[in-house]
Design a protein around this ligand. Sequence first.
Ligand SMILES: CCCCCCCCCCCCCCCC(=O)SCCNC(=O)CCNC(=O)[C@H](O)C(C)(C)COP(=O)(O)OP(=O)(O)OC[C@H]1O[C@@H](n2cnc3c(N)ncnc32)[C@H](O)[C@@H]1OP(=O)(O)O
Length: 203
Amino acid sequence: MSADSRLLPSYADLSIASPAERRSFNALVDALRDAQEAVTRSRPSESAARRAAALLSEAAELLGEGVPDSEQLAGRLWDEPGRAQALAPPLYIDDVDGTSARGRVTFSRFHAGVRTVHGGALPLVFDEIMGRLATTSGKPFARTAHLTIDYRAGVPVDTEVEVFARVKRVEGRKLFLSSELCLDGTVLTECQGLWVQIREDPR
Ligand SMILES: CCCCCCCCCCCCCCCC(=O)SCCNC(=O)CCNC(=O)[C@H](O)C(C)(C)COP(=O)(O)OP(=O)(O)OC[C@H]1O[C@@H](n2cnc3c(N)ncnc32)[C@H](O)[C@@H]1OP(=O)(O)O
């Protein structure tokens, strides 16, 4: 896959892994997402639960103790939807320019509370799209300082919803952004956010 540099944050480093390593690691994270969802949906027999637990433990053992976080790939494959981490659902970012961003996401039962998406899972997506918007188009590294969420209506699982974000104004190092998650033109959840460009890049 050839990355569209317009969609990537200023700090994305695509040279951290070869194309083959990227593909195999991304497939591993996809399998982890599938396992999370399968566990959530299942009601296994005692023996099936024990067998599945043993297989998952074997996979964890195979992966070993890991590398220092500066070398990890999880969360850093910026051109992959979900950037190879399994905490947040994969966000497909379709467009980002200097002032707005647009994407799509499908939550599944792993992220559900009672029939609708859990209120703690939604900020993962807002932080992702607004964070991407705050740091693309040549903007320097910035951190999330403040988020306010309004839950207008429940977000359904297993349904693709659209996510929009925009820069409302910039005051020095402060970027004020807003974002909303919509289904068929109806706003389900909205978010106001403040990103602050840090004085010194720590990376
Ligand atoms: C899905 C999971 C995946 C996991 C896979 C991970 C994979 C890994 C990949 C790498 C990922 C990289 C992604 C990076 C993005 C983060 O890391 S975001 C993480 C969450 N955010 C944080 O941890 C931020 C913690 N806070 C801070 O670091 C500092 O407080 C900040 C936000 C940088 C600000 O610090 P500062 O520059 O010293 O700010 P300061 O000079 O005090 O204030 C500047 C201005 O901002 C205002 N301000 C500051 N904070 C606030 C606030 N909270 N409210 C209102 N105003 C504020 C001040 O009032 C001030 O305003 P003015 O007086 O200038 O008008």
